[in-house]
Design a protein around this ligand. Structure first.
Ligand code: AMP
Ligand code: FE
Ligand code: FE
Ligand code: ZN
Length: 290
């Protein structure tokens, strides 16, 4: 399978968004709706980076040709460093490379396995979830996540939005939280490279991941695992955090990307193109895909 729709060379002034989700994971647009929305938003290039699955890529690539948007095949891999969750973006990786495919399969299985435990915890808290309601929220997604459970809680009227579901119950340490397997970060970087892809750490200083991704850790990841980049411009990063991450990227030799982490109506203030990547950085990412 192609990993990017061809025919476009990044130009200065292009609007490029390299981290988006569809309903194939925890976004709310179909891949086609996502690409149509990207065209509407004036984006020249997007990467579809669903959690732990490539299942939406073929549809997104086809829609890219229809709507005149360059689509880069991507994935956002659930990894951990020292037990702390770190999200790794893989661009242009071959979905059929056996090592990467097996790792993603293991992640999806672990997602499915922990779902009943989270539902049991919610039931014990007086919030039983109708399996049919959850089934509708998950839809065709092979990568069931807490946002689907949050959406089922909303349908039941237990909470008003995903944020409240996470803050009250589903976030790490919350009363209905159940951990699941995460691929060790260094191994995931190596798997992306083995599949011919480019590895960029998503929102490195959001939530807990700032605890394990200091400059020293990023230096060693770049040196020993050829980590390619970090996402600097992201909704979860303050102006000061972005400035500090940009300095670190420069010192350590990492590409600095920016993206919206769009989830459709699943996340507010993550509109397509709300953060973007420069044409020069996209050119370098495309050059590194083998
Ligand atoms: P899971 O995939 O089950 O580990 O759930 C994590 C996903 O939930 C993240 O990738 C986000 O898309 C989403 N998420 C995490 N925290 C929040 C929050 N506070 N509000 C809404 N969505 C969240
Ligand atoms: Fe998500
Ligand atoms: Fe993420
Ligand atoms: Zn994401």
């Amino acid at each position: 399978m192609a990993t990017a729709s061809a025919g476009h060379h990044p130009q200065p002034g292009d609007r490029i968004d390299l981290h988006t989700h569809s309903e194939v994971s925890d976004g709310t647009d179909t891949p086609t709706q996502l690409v149509a929305a990207a065209a509407q938003a004036g984006l020249s290039t997007i990467a579809l980076t669903d959690h732990d699955t490539f299942a939406g890529i073929a549809e997104a690539l086809a829609a890219g040709s229809v709507y005149g948007v360059q689509v880069l095949a991507g994935v956002e891999i659930s990894t951990e460093l020292n037990g702390i969750s770190v999200h790794l973006l893989g661009y242009g990786a071959d979905p059929e490379e056996p090592g990467l495919a097996a790792a993603l399969e293991q992640l999806r299985r672990s997602r499915a396995d922990r779902t009943p435990q989270m539902l049991a915890a919610l039931a014990a808290l007086g919030m039983p979830i109708d399996p049919e309601i959850l089934r509708v929220e998950v839809g065709e997604s092979p990568s069931v996540g807490r946002p689907h459970i949050a959406d089922a809680m909303i349908k039941h009227g237990y909470v008003t939005d995903r944020g409240a579901a996470f803050d009250g119950y589903l976030a790490v340490g919350g009363p209905a939280y159940v951990p699941r397997f995460h691929t060790p970060l260094r191994q995931a970087v190596d798997l992306v490279h083995k599949a011919g892809g480019v590895a960029v750490i998503a929102h490195p200083w959001s939530r807990q991941s700032w605890q394990v991704l200091d400059e020293r850790a990023l230096f060693w990841l770049a040196r020993d695992h050829r980590l390619d980049g970090i996402e600097v411009d992201h909704h979860d990063h303050s102006v000061q955090t972005r400035a500090e991450l940009r300095r670190i990227a420069g010192r350590v030799g990492l590409l600095a990307t920016g993206s919206s982490d769009y989830h459709g109506t699943g996340k507010v203030d993550h509109d397509l193109g709300s953060n973007t990547t420069s044409a020069a950085v996209l050119t370098e990412i495309l050059a590194r895909i083998s």
